[in-house]
Design a protein around this ligand. Structure first.
Ligand code: ADP
Ligand code: ASP
Ligand code: MG
Length: 407
């Protein structure tokens, strides 16, 4: 008997009809003789709507209370699916993060899973029930509800698969798998038959929201067999695995991220230890910094610019403003008007022409590059916010990603 974890995203459980469709799929897997743990997101745009409700009350709400609020979305969908499965004649039980025993740290709104007690889930499975787990949520050591950050249900699914030593973790979503670019932006994007954990991790971290990056990190760490597929058809999907089969093309995909912001710290003293002070302050507040650029010193000062997630902008700017004297800087400025566009593919370091090709694609599309960062497996460019989609299309076209040999 195999143990299968199936995760369904918000659009897959958006209404009663979709929920009944999910119930049928789950029952089918169960009737084939498998134990099934289902992980659900909140229905449709529920999480966004809950955030809006909070913003009507306070633009900077307590993060603890945000978690209390946001976790309700998943509680609704799991109860409804358990009812749907019951109605179709099978036994199911819905469980919250607390009931499952998903223990996290205390970074409200972006907590990390520390440990999962598998006993309750195992007992329910052994009693012949289908377990419906709330995604995205856990509890901290004070017993308070935490959430794992946007898209965190993927992480719940992989973490449960790892903890229960499941045979397979299936991520069901509203597209057929992982594509060379977001198929909603690039109509001729190509579905990948498989992709390596490392490449998927980069794509996810660089904005391809089809999978949450932490879920991929966990899947790699615990060797979880993972597949992304559609909840609306039976197409094969994309396998995420240790090393993908060699394909001719080197670039796996293009991703973009509009949820970022750029901060510049102006006229920083040009002496040792300044970068350390800035980034230590940010790290201590769990603020993740991405692309960093430091200008060449002019006289005895220089500027340091970096990008961060947009939802951490206020915290970061407040923190730096409070510490301008300590850092030894004149002022801080910031902008939302940026997006990051990236290409991902293993072995990029050995192909010097790739960066030039990417820049040529952007130049021909008349898109200005504000910052660049490269690594062994990716190249990222910061562009204007409203040019992100155009940039993705131009780069996808330039590397002919849609035209590579069919699977
Ligand atoms: P779910 O609610 O199922 O978690 P998400 O909206 O989080 O779904 O993720 C699926 C979406 O990810 C797709 O609808 C697609 O627009 C987007 N996406 C972005 N990049 C990619 C990509 N490279 N391949 C597939 N989908 C992508
Ligand atoms: N409902 C949460 C969100 O919208 C978690 C998830 O969908 O994975 O981010
Ligand atoms: Mg998602």
């Amino acid at each position: 008997m195999a143990l299968i974890v199936q995760k369904f995203g918000g659009s897959s459980v958006a209404n009663a009809e979709r929920l009944m469709n999910v119930a049928q799929r789950v029952i089918e897997t169960y009737r084939q003789g498998n134990q099934v743990v289902v992980v659900l997101s909140a229905q449709g745009d529920t999480t966004d709507e809950l955030i809006e409700k909070a913003m009507e009350i306070d633009e900077k709400p307590s993060k603890r209370e945000m978690d209390m609020l946001l976790s309700t979305g998943e509680q609704i969908s799991i109860a409804l699916l358990a009812m749907a499965i019951g109605k179709l004649g099978c036994k199911a039980v819905s469980l919250t993060g607390q009931q499952i025993g998903i223990h996290t740290d205390s970074f409200h709104t972006h907590a990390r899973i520390e440990k999962i007690d598998g006993e309750r889930v195992r007992a329910e499975l052994d009693a012949g029930r289908i377990v419906i787990a709330a995604g995205f949520q856990g509890i901290n050591r004070h017993g308070d509800i935490t959430t794992l950050g946007r898209g965190g249900s993927d992480t719940t699914a992989v973490a449960l698969a790892a903890a229960l030593q499941a045979d397979l973790c299936e991520i069901y979503t509203d597209v057929d798998g992982v594509y060379t670019a977001d198929p909603r932006i690039v109509p001729n994007a190509r579905k990948l038959k498989d992709i390596s954990f490392d490449e998927m991790l980069e794509l996810a971290s660089l904005g391809a929201r089809v999978l949450n990056n932490r879920s991929v990190e966990l899947a790699k760490k615990y060797s979880v067999n993972m597949v992304v597929r559609s909840s609306l058809n039976d197409h094969d999907g994309t396998l995420i695995k240790e090393v993908a089969e060699m394909e001719k093309m080197m670039i796996k995909g293009v991703a973009y991220d509009k949820d970022i912001a750029r901060i510049s710290i102006i006229a920083v003293r040009d002496i040792p230890g300044v970068a350390f002070k800035i980034f230590k302050l940010l790290a201590d507040k769990d603020i993740n910094v991405d692309i960093i650029i430091q200008s060449i010193g002019r006289g005895d000062t220089k500027d340091i610019s970096f990008t961060i997630a947009r939802n951490q902008l206020t915290d970061a700017v407040d923190l730096i403003n409070k510490n301008l004297d300590y850092i030894g800087a004149r002022e801080v400025n910031f902008t939302h008007d940026v997006a990051k566009v990236s290409i991902v593919g293993a072995g990029m370091a050995n192909h010097p022409g790739v960066a030039a090709d990417m820049f040529e694609a952007l130049a021909k599309a008349d898109i200005n590059i504000h910052m660049i960062s490269t690594s062994e497996i990716k190249i990222s460019c910061l562009v204007r916010w409203d040019e992100a989609e155009k940039a993705v299309q131009a780069i996808h076209e330039k590397f002919e990603l849609g035209r590579a040999a069919e699977e």
